[in-house]
Design a protein around this ligand. Structure first.
Ligand SMILES: NC(=O)c1ccc[n+]([C@@H]2O[C@H](COP(=O)([O-])OP(=O)(O)OC[C@H]3O[C@@H](n4cnc5c(N)ncnc54)[C@H](O)[C@@H]3O)[C@@H](O)[C@H]2O)c1
Ligand SMILES: [Fe+2]
Length: 381
């Protein structure tokens, strides 16, 4: 099958191997003459990044970003944006670089502090929309789906809390999904980011709101994960598997407009307190959250299991999740991420307050968060 296409859902997506070659034209089509090229310091050194940058003669690079990005990176990027007289952002990287790039484009036009735009109620309406610069996004991981999302995640360092900043115009104007950009991802990052895409689809599908459109996207996303993630981990050069995972990632972020849930609500505090990889952390929590939510989601999971070619039972789906994790090297317990019980009280207090907690099909209070966390710590399914 020719895995090359142009989509206009949920934004303009140019999908297919080799399409990074269209970057200069996409930048022009997005109305930019002088973009800031935002990436992370590891990617900055790679030949594929250098050649993408070289295709934009006027662009300047900004790469002061770390995984689980923090607000000072955004502030430094805004200073670079203004200092260079830039008129847009090319965001090139995994979720960390994409989110910082999106936040730079957003904050370049604001006078209020970034925390005033957290994804709470209608806080996004506080923003000066006219000041938001256009964004062209190129994902180099297949997980977060930030390339087709209207939000960005950034850590508030004083409270060690991951905050979600939302504005509809943070959606990239044009996204180039070129699976060749993900070929160099090491197996464990491929596995972790893939589990993030899986978690987005699964939590959206199980979420406690009415959104059949999101449900449809989520189940097909999960089928793509089932049929491609292990191949992408073991054979990183398999472009069909890489492309299908890139599609699954974009589908996850499209679906989670509906909801996320306890996987993310627990993974966010663990990620900000221990600096663990977001997707791997989700992967550890996934089966424990499934079991915790079982009574409420059992019928839905049976339908999902049937769709992806399993016996239509909750058990069959749970066994599949556990086997996939093992096959791709995602740890079964939090110990595998060097997370212990030293901060359990803080984590179980933070999880119910995370903005993703409200979508969990079973209410996530402190007690529930403690139950799930302790099971994930001890490996008790
Ligand atoms: N905006 C959203 O909707 C959303 C959704 C989920 C997660 N997130 C956030 O995204 C971040 C995680 O993003 P991520 O999982 O993509 O990881 P990442 O961007 O932090 O990257 C992880 C590592 O992989 C490296 N890397 C990335 N692409 C590579 C490639 N092609 N080849 C070699 N190395 C490569 C990076 O340099 C980095 O060292 C977290 O901060 C998380 O909270 C955002
Ligand atoms: Fe996520």
């Amino acid at each position: 099958m020719d895995m090359r296409a142009n989509w206009n859902y949920p934004t303009s997506v140019r999908f297919g191997a080799g399409r990074v070659a269209e970057l200069a034209e996409a930048v022009k089509a997005a109305g930019m003459k002088n973009p800031l090229f935002v990436t992370d310091p590891v990617l900055a050194k790679l030949p594929m990044t250098q050649s993408a940058l070289a295709s934009l003669p006027a662009a300047q690079m900004f790469s002061e970003i770390k995984p689980n990005p923090v607000e000072p990176s955004v502030a430094a990027g805004v200073a670079a944006f203004k200092g260079g007289g830039h008129d847009g952002v090319v965001a090139f990287g995994g979720g960390s670089a994409l989110d910082v790039g999106k936040l730079i484009a957003f904050m370049a036009g604001q006078i209020r502090p970034i925390w005033d735009f957290e994804d709470v109620g209608d806080w996004w309406t506080r923003a000066n929309s006219a000041g938001i610069a256009p964004i062209v996004a190129l994902p180099t991981t297949a997980g977060t789906g930030s390339e087709v999302g209207r939000a960005a995640v950034v850590t508030h360092e004083a409270t060690q809390t991951k905050k979600i900043v939302f504005h509809p115009l943070m959606m990239p104007k044009i996204t180039i999904c070129d699976p060749e950009l993900t070929v160099g991802m090491p197996p464990l990052i491929t596995a972790g980011t893939g589990m993030d895409a899986f978690a987005h689809c699964l939590e959206a599908y199980c979420g406690s709101f009415y959104h059949p459109m999101a449900d449809g996207i989520a189940v097909e996303g999960i089928r793509l994960v089932k049929e491609n993630l292990a191949i992408a981990v073991k054979d990183g050069k398999n472009i069909a598997a890489r492309a299908n995972m890139m599609a699954a990632a974009a589908m996850g972020a499209t679906a989670f407009q509906k909801a996320l849930g306890a996987i993310h609500a627990l993974s966010h505090p663990v990620g900000s307190l221990y600096d663990t990889h977001h997707g791997l952390t989700n992967g550890v929590f996934m089966p424990y959250v499934l079991v915790f939510n079982r009574k409420t989601i059992e019928d839905r999971i049976k339908r999902l299991a049937a769709y992806i070619g399993l016996r239509p039972s909750f058990r069959a789906f749970l066994d599949f999740v556990v086997a996939l994790r093992e096959e791709i090297g995602v740890p079964h317990t939090l110990a595998g991420l060097n997370v212990g019980d030293d901060k359990v009280d803080t984590i179980v207090a933070m999880a119910p307050k995370d903005p993703t907690a409200g979508g969990n099909p079973v209410p996530l209070d402190k007690r529930a968060a403690r139950t799930i966390f302790m099971r994930a710590l001890e490996g008790r399914l």
